[in-house]
Design a protein around this ligand. Structure first.
Ligand code: 3NM
Length: 498
């Protein structure tokens, strides 16, 4: 026979409790989910009698076998042996792995739950076939989870395993659903290999239509997040804009349309998270400006992040005053944990350019994100390409609110780039898989900086009070000039590759 080869992409863990299953029939729910595309099923039932377990497992195995999907039993090696299914999944308090292996033999799949690196490595050394790593997020489905890892904890674990046990298969579990699984897979794969799949309970078992939901989830697991740009997908291959000339060439190429669209963008100030689901469908971008850090505001930010992550829309995070108070530091941390953010904007005055460049590129690499650090010279990086934009004027730093205007300008360019990429892929041109987010950020910094310089040079500007309206006028005028085809202002762009 030999051990089956398992596709761990979409791993369904069942739950028979009324809170999740409701009054539906578990076998029908699993059948629907398997038809939708679930690639592996774990029958998990912590309360039923052995007779019910064996009967249910047998019914489930009849269905999963028909679809070529492996069935694993949670904890109960005896039940797995009784029904002859493909294996078991054991937790840290269940039967030990060497004993389970002795009973089941080499051809059965044995998975082990791990929430720490030590547990993970012990299981690997003892011959586990895969690990269930969790909990990624806290979840109402299992309230006795030992450790909530977050994306950063999951990343650390995967990264260590990539060195110590590169062949081990992994699924992550805990609080995963359609709104977060793509970014969890994406952001946890920075240093090592990505998880091989996601394991979910309530997202499928409690879904109104488990078949449709499984289909949707599988498509999400198998595709890169919508916010991932073309340059990132190209990886080391051809086509990625790597040098300053090609980045700038692309900036110029997209400039006319983007400036027109971007600086003509229509903002809506929404403080109520429930609005985000509708807004995210309009094709724009979200700015999370951490001006307010009350608990209610944080809850609203989290709702908006989930909605835009699901829609794939760009998000700009402006961590206003993140270093100033411990409340703000924690708020920035919780916002970053709540969703995938396209880019952060914050200014730094104390570090050298080289120090800022290495900090920004390291952060961008870790977060798989575009990071902007403003200052006399702005530094922007996507972790692979780091650029300096020297446009701007010291007046920008003397008035409050300009950082917020910059955040909005970046979001408008990100939205314009996303719209252009969506248009290109809809028309089949260039097979675009997403916007180049770095290019969009550089373009925004240049427009903003040049507008800032032009405003400062105006004779009617006497000081900070008249500077801000002049800045907004210059942004508007740059847009009008660009629409007319007058690109002279672009000659002022000061961009270099670091
Ligand atoms: N194991 P949901 S979390 C069964 O951390 C299970 O090992 C976990 O349920 C672990 O997808 C969990 O509904 C429940 O959040 C996951």
């Amino acid at each position: 026979m030999g051990k089956p080869v398992v596709d761990y992409s979409l791993y369904l863990v069942t739950d028979s409790t009324p809170a999740i299953l409701g009054n539906r029939d578990l076998v029908s729910v699993v059948e629907a989910a398997v038809q939708g595309g679930v690639t592996v099923v774990q029958y998990r039932d912590k309360t039923s009698d052995t007779r019910v377990l064996v009967d249910t497992a047998r019914a489930l195995h009849a269905i999963t076998s028909r679809h070529g999907v492996p069935l694993l039993i949670n904890d109960r090696v005896d039940v797995a042996l009784a029904v002859g299914c493909e294996g078991v999944h054991i937790g840290q308090d269940d039967m030990d792995l060497p004993t389970a292996r002795k009973l089941l033999g080499e051809d059965k799949i044995i998975g082990v739950s791990a929430s720490t690196l030590e547990e993970a490595q012990t299981a690997c050394d003892q011959g586990a076939d895969y690990l269930g790593i969790g909990a990624v997020f806290s979840t109402a489905t299992k309230t006795n989870t030992k450790n909530v890892l977050g994306v950063s904890g999951l990343r650390a674990l995967l990264s260590a395993l990539a060195t110590s046990h590169p062949a081990i298969k992994t699924v992550c579990i805990g609080g995963l659903n359609a709104t977060n699984l793509q970014r969890v897979l994406y952001q946890s794969a920075t240093d090592g290999k990505p998880a091989d799949g996601v394991a979910l309970v309530s997202a499928i078992v409690a879904a109104e239509d488990p078949e449709a939901e499984a289909r949707r989830l599988l498509a999400l697991v198998r595709s890169p997040p919508a916010f991932v740009g073309r340059a990132e997908l190209d990886g080391a291959g051809a086509g990625a804009a790597r040098d300053v000339e090609s980045v700038l060439a692309r900036v110029v190429q997209n400039f006319a349309a983007n400036v027109a669209l971007a600086v003509g963008a229509s903002p809506i100030m929404a403080n109520y998270g429930e609005e985000a689901a509708d807004l995210s469908k309009l094709g724009g971008a979200l700015v999370v400006n951490m001006g307010t850090v009350t608990p209610e505001a944080l809850e609203n930010y989290a709702k908006a992040l989930r909605a835009y992550n699901l829609a794939g829309g760009p998000i700009v995070f402006d961590p206003v005053g993140a270093g100033a108070t411990s409340v703000r530091r924690n708020a920035a941390r919780s916002i970053m944990a709540a969703g995938y953010l396209d880019r952060g904007v914050d200014s730094s005055h104390t570090l050298s350019l080289a120090e800022r460049a290495s900090l920004v590129s390291a952060l961008a690499r870790r977060e798989r994100n575009v990071i902007v650090c403003t200052g006399k010279i702005d530094v922007v990086s996507d972790g692979r390409r780091t650029l300096a934009v020297s446009n701007g004027h010291e007046m920008l730093g003397r008035v409050t609110g300009t950082g917020c205007v910059l955040g909005t300008t970046i979001s408008a360019f990100a939205a314009a780039a996303a719209a252009a990429a969506a248009g290109a892929s809809a028309s089949g041109a260039g097979g675009s898989a997403g916007p180049d987010r770095l290019v969009a950020a550089v373009a925004a910094l240049v427009v903003f900086g040049v507008a800032g310089e032009r405003a400062a040079e105006r004779e009617d500007v006497q000081g900070p009070g008249s500077y801000v309206p002049a800045l907004i006028d210059e942004l508007y005028k740059i847009r009008r000039e660009t629409v007319k085809g007058d690109m002279v202002w672009l000659e002022k762009a000061k961009v270099e590759m670091l």
